[in-house]
Write a protein that binds this ligand. Sequence first.
Ligand code: ZN
Length: 136
Amino acid sequence: MHFSSIMVIRCGDDNYSPNCSLAKCFQDILSREMATIHFLPGGGFGASLEFLKSECRKLWQGRIEKAKVLGIKKVLLIDHMPCGAYEIEFGKITQEEEKELHLENIEAARQFFKENSGLEFIAYLQIGEDKYEKIC
Ligand SMILES: [Zn+2]
């Protein structure tokens, strides 16, 4: 067993607060990835959505530098659905459409970290309150 410091990126949804609906799944993912210490920068809504926006990408460059100073080698991105931030960004969408968009945006984030960070990239999609899928 090897525990590691991981930079975690997730939606700023209030339901991630302790004992709220998204918290248990989130904790399961952290323990599955053996993340005991995590650095959770930003408070963006929609997690992967940040990587579509150039102003956010700039912010992330600074966060990546900080993470490296802290000895962080991995980044764990967690999207969830249904995510209100996706509906705000893309309008009324079906569950299938939302899933497609998450997968596309997670891929954009993966590319961003590959090109700009040298950090290992892991991503999950939480579906509802008690299901999740490892995407990469
Ligand atoms: Zn959300």
